[in-house]
Design a protein around this ligand. Structure first.
Ligand code: NAP
Length: 448
């Protein structure tokens, strides 16, 4: 017997017109990768590295909620793993059910999110199935990617830069019904056109990390790099780092990429990054056994950067946090900027403030991207000026395994997840453009 979700999948694969898709029945429940409230203490007392997403992430059916007027239902063909998937699945730094509770108190529509399960995922590529009565720019049948800035446009504080909104959230992390599911619920102002030359899985991996790197490197809300500047990029072959490298190269800057293996160094060279530091091979120990930072190691690191780039970095693209921030503040050029969006290795940061103030450096916080920035970042992908960094693809059932690999730094670039797409390689509508750009589109696959 054909189920409602099979009928939707088949219609999309056969290129059915929007009216036909919009008329198909939507199932009451669909598959999703989720964590459950009853599991949120399962890792208590364990060190982070022993908290295993393969145990906490389940793939189960969940009921689809009623659609709000400003929302769309998206049939998700593919999604991706982000580091926030890891945070949710190991319940660190806190269980995300607290976010859902807070959202639940905001309105009747918010209340739908406060459930004993959290459907995770902050990326998606797919097709619009239904739109709420207030949605103007999208209709059933539109092929889309989804960015994760979940913001209330009736809040005045969201109208300069939506990332400044008092109740700004990340969809699929601080809201329910995320992208790692067969059908997702999104606000219409999260939708963007799917790049025609990419497969579903290639289109699905970009929005979160690409938009974040766009804001950090390109936008006036970030560091707004100018031509000729040198940018130190930590984790340069990782989720956000690999897009940062591309933005620096596109903008006429010099990236200095830091990675932790010769394979990653080779990948960066192929991407066009000449100055690469293998932090493992160099053996930097910014923290000594006494739990103190070692300025002589900062100096050794700074010397290496000068050797490779001929100068100190104008901008440091920071996200490892505790392990690296002391070094990042030290090596930035006089008057330079350290821009940070995360603290993977620990958020209680220590650095020597004398190097910051005496050398007039700026330490700036940055978080995801507003709709305009995400749209611009998506447009650059659609125009073939920025490339996806998809290295490997997993099934929705294997979300836990994929999150485990990201948690343990075993992946390159981005990991994709197939949701409704039955196999890889589908969804391309501009084959000519794809053919022309194939080596760049598939570069990370060689290292997956
Ligand atoms: P990722 O794919 O895991 O990449 C992170 C990279 O950082 C790794 O490839 C690794 O590279 C490097 N790294 C890890 N631990 C390190 C350490 N102790 N010292 C130096 N380098 C280290 O993750 P991602 O997607 O790039 O995300 C990175 C962080 O940014 C995460 O914490 C994520 O939650 C956060 N993030 C924040 C936002 C936001 O909007 N605020 C958006 C996206 C991501 P090597 O081992 O090769 O050096």
């Amino acid at each position: 017997m054909t189920t409602a979700i099979d009928a939707i999948r088949t219609a999309i694969l056969e290129g059915a017109p929007g009216e036909e898709l919009g008329a198909l029945p939507v199932p009451e429940a669909v598959r999703g990768a989720l964590v459950r409230a009853e599991d949120q203490t399962m890792f208590d007392g364990l060190p982070s590295e022993e908290k295993d997403p393969r145990t906490s992430v389940r793939v189960e059916d969940f009921p689809l909620p009623e659609l709000a007027p400003d929302e769309a239902l998206v049939a998700v063909m593919a999604s991706s793993i982000n580091f926030n998937t890891v945070w949710t699945s190991i319940f660190e730094p806190l269980p995300t059910f607290q976010f859902l509770k807070r959202l639940g108190k905001e309105s009747v529509w918010g209340a739908r999110h406060d459930q004993p399960y959290h459907v995770i995922g902050s990326d998606a590529a797919g097709v619009v199935l239904r739109t709420g009565s207030a949605v103007r720019n999208w209709k059933p049948g539109d092929a889309v990617t989804v960015h994760c800035n979940y913001v209330d446009d009736q809040d005045p504080s969201s109208h300069d830069d939506a990332m400044m909104a008092a109740n700004q959230r990340i969809w699929g992390f601080e809201s329910n019904f995320g992208g790692l599911a067969d059908i997702s619920v999104v606000r219409a102002n999260q939708l963007m056109p799917k790049p025609a030359h990419l497969t579903w899985e290639e289109a699905a991996v970009n929005a979160l990390t690409n938009s974040t790197s766009y804001r950090m490197i390109v936008s006036p809300n970030g560091s707004q790099m100018t031509q000729g500047q040198t940018v130190l990029i930590w984790g340069a072959s990782g989720g956000i780092g690999a897009y940062a490298c591309q933005y620096v190269l596109n903008g006429g800057g010099t990236p200095v990429g830091v990675v932790s293996s010769p394979e990653r160094a080779a990948l960066l060279h192929e991407l066009g990054v000449e100055a690469v530091i293998d932090r493992k091979a160099e053996g930097y120990r910014f923290w000594n056994d006494e739990g103190e930072q070692d300025p002589s190691e900062w100096r050794r690191f700074g010397k290496k950067i000068r050797e490779l780039a001929g100068t100190d970095p104008d901008i440091v693209f920071e996200h490892p946090g505790r392990q690296t921030m002391g070094a990042s503040v030290f090596v930035a050029k006089r008057g330079g900027m350290i821009i940070t969006c995360a603290a993977t290795s620990g958020f209680m940061i220590e650095y020597d403030n004398r190097y910051l103030w005496m050398n007039l450096k700026t330490l700036k916080g940055c978080h995801f991207a507003n709709y305009r920035e995400a749209w611009e970042a998506n447009r650059l992908i659609a125009e073939g000026k920025i490339f996806p960094t998809l290295s490997k693809v997993f099934s929705l059932e294997d979300t836990g395994e994929a999150a485990y690999q990201v948690h343990h730094n075993l992946h390159e670039g981005k990991l994709g997840i197939l949701c409704l797409a039955p196999e890889e390689g589908l969804g391309v509508t501009d084959g000519e453009m794809r053919e022309r750009l194939l080596p760049q589109i598939t570069l990370f696959r060689k290292y997956g």
